[in-house]
Ligand binder design. Structure first.
Ligand code: PAF
Length: 281
């Protein structure tokens, strides 16, 4: 396993490989957990080499405290990756390597995908995500790039950005990995107290029940039911619940038999913001 800190060094190493090799790419912000490991394992299975980037991207944080608190665990991350495969290259650039002197994001038009849910609550977040993912894809030029469905809105926005920018890469969405309790894996789970980590399993339990109801009840009924459940469970503060079309991410008005829907939630547990989602049909 090799570690590269500059675009130049990373690219010159990649250019030295036989062009017949397939290159997979897993972008991360570090603090790797089993959810990341699942993405990397899939990338290792489907490609000859895999680049994992570790970069805490400042332009996607609307909350400075969140950025400051973001865990930095490079040594542990390297050990986790080393256990998966020796054919992994780590790309861990500095902020100035990526942004030079201007730590600002580009402005994209994501056709409204960024205006709902996370986009409505996190100012400019998706412009920051688009900026870093585009920069990394241009630097690494992978054949395939892997993203988790926990950040489903992010995944759809990246697909849109890749199509708009005509980048030659296949974007692969990977299923959410959950703790045994059902809580979606996230680096943020480490910040929960032991008891809250247990309690937060309620989020997935509620999503599963919502999925069951969606088969027979209207979307409005399901949305009200979810809201009610959280009201009866004040330790978890629901920020939003939405049922949206998986392609356009527009909130559902009336179920259409040919469309696919997902339910999305953002929840505060203590001061930690957790998101989750589930396919409904
Ligand atoms: O999902 C993440 O960890 C980040 O948003 C990503 C894709 C690595 C971009 O910084």
């Amino acid at each position: 396993m090799q570690l590269f800190e500059t675009v130049k060094a990373m690219r010159s190493h990649l250019f030295s490989l036989d062009k017949k090799n397939k290159l997979g790419f897993v972008p991360t912000m570090g603090a790797l957990h089993e959810g990341h490991a699942a993405l990397v394992k899939q990338a290792v299975e489907e490609n000859d080499y895999v680049v994992v980037s570790i970069f805490v991207n400042p332009t996607q944080f609307d909350n400075k405290k969140d950025l400051e608190k973001y865990p930095k665990t490079l040594e542990a991350d390297m050990a986790l990756l080393d256990n998966i495969s020796k054919n992994i290259f780590i790309f861990a650039p500095s902020v100035s390597e990526i942004y030079r002197k201007k730590v600002i994001s580009k402005s994209y038009d994501f056709d409204g995908l960024d205006k709902v849910m996370e986009g409505a609550f996190r100012d400019d977040h998706f412009n920051g995500v688009g900026t870093i993912v585009e920069a990394l894809l241009r630097a690494i030029e992978p054949d395939r790039a892997y993203f988790g469905e926990k950040d489903f809105q992010q995944l759809q926005i990246i697909r849109k950005m890749v199509a708009q920018q005509k980048l030659d890469v296949t974007i692969i969405g990977c299923p959410i990995v959950r703790e045994p309790s059902g809580l979606a894996m996230s680096s943020r789970n480490e910040r929960l107290s032991k008891s809250m980590r247990k309690e937060a399993a309620f989020i997935y339990k509620t999503l599963l029940a919502a999925k069951k109801q969606f088969g027979t009840k209207s979307a409005t009924t399901v949305l009200h039911w979810v809201t009610d459940q959280f009201e009866q469970h004040p330790a978890l503060k629901l920020e939003y619940v939405e049922i949206a079309d998986i392609d356009t991410l527009t909130p559902i008005i009336k179920k259409q038999s040919k469309r696919k829907y997902r339910a999305f939630v953002a929840v505060y547990a203590e001061d930690v913001r957790l998101i989750d989602n589930i396919a409904l049909n």
